[in-house]
Design a protein around this ligand. Structure first.
Ligand code: SF4
Length: 311
């Protein structure tokens, strides 16, 4: 029996559901396309695993072709709010006020624009930018209605976690926050700037958290006591206390998913899987479902992907 709880904390602004990426903070899929830097060994991340489950062709475009994607207002807002919440904990506990967090928003926005100049082109003008920044401020206010950061002392923030399973499959992800209680109990926390999912989609939302729990368990030998998703979009918190049996089953599911990914990659045929989520896909022009044609499959991209599993 697993323990999943969703708590109503407070009413919040109407923000469309969006997931922030578990790529390195501040990067977007395809950002390294055409670069000359040596690529790290390929690994499965929660985002790319979910991409494959949604549509193998979408996965191909992001993980193998590494096609660039234009920034989206929702995703960049998520990055901005995440960066403020991360830096908030640089301050001494007494200084972690809402006023301090709001004061970090503009400098963080400036920094984000310097790192990714393309984000400034997302807005039609100052009015749209102003409304967008106001939404980000509102999400920060919501955070303070849900948690009191002055009473928290995170053990880790924006933590890169990487582990190789016994099967040789490499997993990688970024954990927003890890809290460790005096008893040693671990809580993994992830902020979402979107709204909480309908109960029938909660399992989907927990996929990423189980992924982190499995990595931490395999790394440190202890199953995290609690997984916590903080939905700033509607002020709800989804918690789940995973069991060892559940993570064993999840590991088997991930291994089966990897076998499917490798099989598809070796065949070179990544099927498209249309759904309502196509509306948010940046690659419609390359997708047969929209009359497009995928570019030639890069052989080195396939070879790199197959390195996910050590031989
Ligand atoms: S438009 Fe839809 S079917 Fe085509 S690649 Fe994107 S998600 Fe897949």
């Amino acid at each position: 029996m697993t323990d999943t709880v969703i708590e109503r904390e407070a009413a919040g602004p109407d923000v469309a559901a969006v997931e922030t990426t578990d790529e390195s903070p501040g990067t977007t899929p395809g950002a390294a396309a055409g670069g000359t830097q040596e690529r790290r060994r390929a690994a499965i991340s929660p985002s790319r695993a979910k991409d494959f489950l949604q549509c193998p062709l979408l996965f191909r475009f992001r993980a193998i072709d590494r096609l660039p994607e234009p920034p989206s207002q929702a995703a960049v807002k998520g990055s901005l709010v995440h960066s403020v919440l991360e830096r908030l904990f640089d301050l001494p506990a007494s200084g972690r006020t809402e006023e301090a967090a709001q004061g970090m928003l503009d400098p963080q926005w400036q920094e984000l624009q310097q790192d990714r100049p393309d984000v400034t082109g997302m807005f039609t003008g100052p009015d749209e930018l102003g409304a967008w920044l106001a939404e980000a401020r509102s999400l920060l206010s919501q955070y303070f209605r849900m948690e009191n950061p002055r009473r928290l002392e995170p053990a880790e923030r924006e933590m890169l976690v990487e582990t190789e399973l016994a099967s040789g499959i490499l997993l990688r992800g970024f954990v927003d926050r890890m809290d460790v209680a005096p008893t040693g109990a671990v809580r993994v926390v992830d902020y979402k700037t979107g709204r909480s999912p309908h109960p029938s989609y909660q399992d989907n939302a927990l996929f990423q958290m189980r992924f982190y729990a499995l990595m931490l368990w395999r790394l440190h030998g202890t199953v995290p006591a609690r997984l916590q998703l903080v939905f700033l979009g509607d002020g709800r918190i989804l918690t789940h206390d995973p069991s060892e049996d559940e993570l064993v089953a999840f590991e088997r599911d991930l291994e089966a998913l990897w076998r499917r990914m490798a099989e598809v990659a070796r065949s070179g045929r990544f099927p498209h899987q249309p759904s309502r989520l196509c509306a948010w896909c940046s690659f419609q022009q390359f997708c047969p479902a929209f009359g497009g044609e995928p570019p030639e499959l890069p052989a080195d991209g396939v070879t790199h992907l197959l390195g996910v599993q050590a031989v």
